[in-house]
Design a protein around this ligand. Structure first.
Ligand SMILES: *Cc1c(COP(=O)(O)O)cnc(C)c1O
Length: 508
């Protein structure tokens, strides 16, 4: 079992207060440096030395290696965050995207000097159109939520162009990611919530009742955040289109149907893809994302410009997209995650459907094993297979023992696993939303099931002990309220508290 290293690593300022030298500078270079300083007028020179840590090389190396051992990431173990699709990122993507020929390109460089990059972007647009079943692709949005906003603005502009200014309602199921209603509101829509039926599908009767000539469209995630394929999607598409509305596809869960089914064929007019989830680019720690937006039919002229085009001779940025909503981001979006995703796709080629097949197999194997445990339930669509993820409910276990979904998540940390997404979607009480992706082996999934088994046993025999979890991690249980409150964060995180001290010293 993987155990987190419990270093109590001090701040680098605290390690390096003994005035050591890390580097022996060559005498000649040193002289050059001193000459350069001599050119600076005396009034601009500081009177006291800066309070920067002074360490030997070995101290620096150990400090950062210990810090790296205190944290957890996809290269240490699975990060089974449902909906967020955190898969292993092949190192070949990192290697190529990190080359000088990529990193030192300037956005104002002449197009003739970046034909290679433009070709990558052009091919990526082509592949994403093929994968989603759409006509046009813009790589500009820098994240999924940004793609959502772009899509919602496209829908709005389409209705405006037709003079249908009263269409100001966006239908959104109650299982949706919070960014869906947020994007709809930012684009000027009123959100109409659609309930989920016991089977786990969008409640079609409720949908019918909510449809009117004020309906601008519907934002759907398919497979849904419950990991279920919307079994009546064609009927939904029909209802919304007949009423004059459009369909928006939230592509965060595309991993479950990649290369097998296409949103464009299901009737969706506009689609965003979280490249950093479905393909490759490390995310979750605030890393940059990429939220390409693809459209077909009536919306194809509305995508954010520029897009990359080819005239048979050269690749170029096409700014002239007839009804484009305009820019949603600086330059051409986040190029690096796009390149990483391109390499991931290029390596797989037509075998990309195996990604979905294995991730679906992994999810259902996990679901079958873990739902054998007492106190664990599925709430929606109990007899249905899942796609890429499964939402477990520990509601019964909670009622039986008082142990919460959060306690169980913390106990997973003690056993060396990253916790899944918890308390989402909101319609499932005491939820754990688990997504293993295609990265994990059967052996790994078995070990995760074993961990759940141990925790459930502990919940029924010694529930109190779970309240103190985690114990095996560098930082123990945080009080989530103060930990999330900016003003009271400092005393909770002792590191942050100590950092502040040092900042004061630096200022003083
Ligand atoms: C992650 C996610 C989003 C938002 O995507 P970001 O890239 O994080 O902005 C939207 N919908 C669903 C279902 C998601 O899982």
């Amino acid at each position: 079992m993987y155990k987190q290293a419990k270093w109590d690593e001090p701040l680098i300022f605290e390690v390096g207060k003994h005035s050591k030298q890390g580097l022996l500078v060559d005498d000649e270079f040193r002289q050059e440096f001193l000459d350069a300083i001599n050119d600076i007028p005396g009034e601009y020179l500081r009177k006291t030395g800066p309070l920067i840590p002074s360490l030997s090389e070995v101290e620096v190396v150990r400090h950062f290696t210990r810090l790296s051992q205190m944290s957890y990431g996809i290269d240490v173990g699975s990060v089974p965050l449902g909906s967020c699709t955190m898969k292993y990122n092949p190192k070949v993507s990192e290697d190529i995207a990190g080359r000088d020929s990529v990193c030192f390109i300037h956005p104002y460089q002449d197009e003739s000097t970046i034909q290679g990059l433009l070709r990558i972007l052009y091919l990526m647009q082509t592949w994403l159109k093929e994968i989603t079943g759409t006509d046009v692709c813009s790589l500009q949005p820098p994240a999924g939520a940004s793609g959502e906003l772009a899509g919602a603005l496209m829908i709005r502009k389409y209705h405006e162009d037709r003079g249908e200014l009263d269409r100001n309602e966006m239908l959104i199921p109650d299982s949706a990611h919070g960014s869906n209603p947020a994007s709809a509101v930012m684009a000027g829509f009123k959100v109409v919530k659609i309930p989920t039926d016991p089977n786990g599908d969008t409640d079609v009767d409720a949908l019918r009742a909510s449809i009117s000539n004020r309906t601008a469209g519907i934002m759907l995630t398919n497979p849904s955040t419950l990991g279920l394929f919307e079994s009546r999607i064609l009927e939904i598409s029909d209802i919304v289109h007949k009423a004059g509305g459009l369909l928006y596809y939230d592509g965060a869960n595309l991993n479950g149907i990649l290369g097998i089914a296409r949103p464009g064929d299901m009737g969706f007019d506009v689609v965003h893809i979280n490249l950093h989830k479905t393909f490759a680019a490390p995310h979750g720690g605030g890393g940059p994302g990429a939220g390409a937006v693809c459209a077909k039919g009536v919306l194809k002229d509305y995508v954010p410009a520029p897009i990359v085009d080819y005239d048979g001779r050269r690749f170029y940025f096409k700014y002239d997209v007839r009804r484009s909503i305009g820019r949603v981001s600086w330059f051409y979006g986040n190029i690096v995650p796009i390149i990483k995703s391109f390499i991931y796709l290029a390596c797989l080629g037509p075998r990309v459907r195996e990604v979905a097949e294995i991730s679906v197999l992994n999810t259902n194997y996990f679901m079958k094993e873990v739902t054998k445990l007492p106190g664990v339930d599925l709430v929606y669509g109990r007899d249905r297979w899942r796609k890429h993820e499964v939402v477990l409910s520990f509601n019964k276990l909670h009622r039986d023992t008082g142990v919460t979904a959060e306690d169980i998540a913390k106990a997973l940390l003690d056993r060396g696993f990253h916790a899944p997404t918890i308390y989402f979607p909101l319609i499932v009480p005491e939820a754990h939303m688990v997504e293993l992706t295609e990265s994990e082996s059967k052996e790994y999934i078995d070990s995760l099931v074993e961990a759940y088994k141990g925790i459930v046993r502990q919940a029924y025999s010694a529930p109190e002990s779970l309240r103190r979890a985690p114990q095996n991690t560098s930082i123990k249980r945080l009080d989530p309220l103060p930990a999330n409150h900016p003003r009271t964060m400092a005393p909770t995180y002792k590191y942050i508290g100590r950092l502040k001290e040092h900042r004061k010293l630096l200022k003083g």
